[in-house]
Design a protein around this ligand. Structure first.
Ligand code: NAD
Length: 325
């Protein structure tokens, strides 16, 4: 079994090398993304694995089907960068990754706390020996009503953790779960009643731009919005309007629209064509990070394991727990 790994980061290499020895397979580690320029590199391999920076659309899958590769794994939970219909059409099996939800849940709560305690302006001040307190007075999480949109693995973990902070918890999911310590309500009730709203749903047709000017209009003045899910859940122009009008009191974004090709890369000497990203960064009540909520040692190890073990299972036509196609 020969596996070609695209988008390999330095922090993944040790895990790949250990699996290569343990499972006695051949893995080629390549830093670049999978695209029309690099696709020829995987000729002669049985399977490929990528991260989320490769856009695996119809034309890539069509080209892939003309190579020796019959299996594709993504070492990410999200798979909206892969055209699954096209994979099905060209007979390419696909699996994604899995890792414990705890790291992302902790990260979402960290963003809530940073915004509630005005950490960003406090950090700016300390850099210039300004130790004043005015304007930094915060709020306590236990006083907040928090709305969790999407109560899958990560959303449920957020609810479990927030319970111990003592806040009031509301939730929305088209498929409610039993036994969560949050009250399921409609989306409108989430918008109308919550001081903090955190997004944990997948990106699909029903969630694309779910946060737009009309949903923001329904929210409480000063609402804090957190997005550790996918950038496209939020219409960025609308949240910028919301920040400017002070309708939105705090914004924590680990993900943003059009982040592909920017996040996870060192672009210090480049011209970056994403005006919204630069504009949002200057607000004292907006915290943005480079899609790193998942990024813990435990998660990276698991992502590599799923990428490799999924590729082996699907190549051998065996079932695999995260098989998508
Ligand atoms: P999951 O599949 O376990 O849960 C998703 C939940 O969203 C499900 O309960 C589903 O019923 C619900 N849902 C579906 N459509 C919805 C809608 N229209 N409105 C509200 N809820 C809806 O997924 P997960 O593992 O908990 O991941 C949640 C999100 O977090 C995904 O978007 C994923 O891509 C993202 N994610 C981000 C990072 C990061 O580093 N920032 C890391 C992992 C996952």
């Amino acid at each position: 079994m020969k596996l070609f790994a695209y988008e390999v980061r330095d922090d993944e290499r040790d895990y790949f090398e250990a699996l290569q020895k343990e499972l006695n397979i051949e893995i080629y580690l390549y830093e670049g993304i999978l695209d029309h320029e690099s696709i020829h590199l995987c000729e002669g391999y049985d399977a490929i694995t990528t991260l989320g920076q490769s856009t695996i659309d119809h034309s890539i899958l069509e080209e892939l089907s003309q190579t020796s590769v019959g299996v594709l794994t993504t070492r990410t939970i999200g798979y909206n960068h892969i055209d699954l219909e096209a994979a099905r059409k060209y007979g390419i099996s696909v699996a994604n990754a899995s890792y414990p939800p705890n790291g992302v849940a902790e990260y979402a709560i960290m963003l809530m706390l940073l915004l509630l305690r005005n950490y960003k302006p406090a950090l700016w001040r300390i850099q210039v020996n300004d130790y004043s307190l005015n304007g930094l007075q915060g709020k306590e999480l236990r006083q907040m009503t928090v709305g969790v949109i999407g109560t899958g693995k990560i959303g449920a973990c957020v609810i479990q953790y927030l319970q111990s902070f003592g806040c009031k918890l509301l939730a929305y999911d088209p498929y409610p779960k039993e036994g969560l310590s949050a009250k399921y309500v409609s989306l409108d009730e989430i918008y109308q009643q919550c001081d903090i709203i955190t997004l944990h749903s997948p990106l699909n047709d029903s969630t694309y731009h779910m946060i737009d000017s009309s949903s923001i209009e329904k929210m409480k003045d000063g609402v804090i919005l957190i997005n550790c899910a996918r950038g496209e859940l939020i219409d960025t122009d609308s949240v910028i309007d919301g920040i400017e009008s002070e309708k939105i009191g705090g914004l924590g974004l680990d993900v943003i629209e059009n982040e592909t090709g920017i996040y996870h890369l060192d672009l210090r000497s480049d011209i970056i064509k994403n005006r919204d990203m630069a504009y949002l960064r200057q607000f004292p009540n907006v915290v943005t990070t480079q899609h790193m909520a998942f990024y813990t040692d435990e998660a990276v190890k698991s992502m590599v394991e799923y990428g490799v073990k999924g590729a082996i299972a699907l190549t051998n036509h065996l079932d695999f727990e995260t098989k998508l196609v």
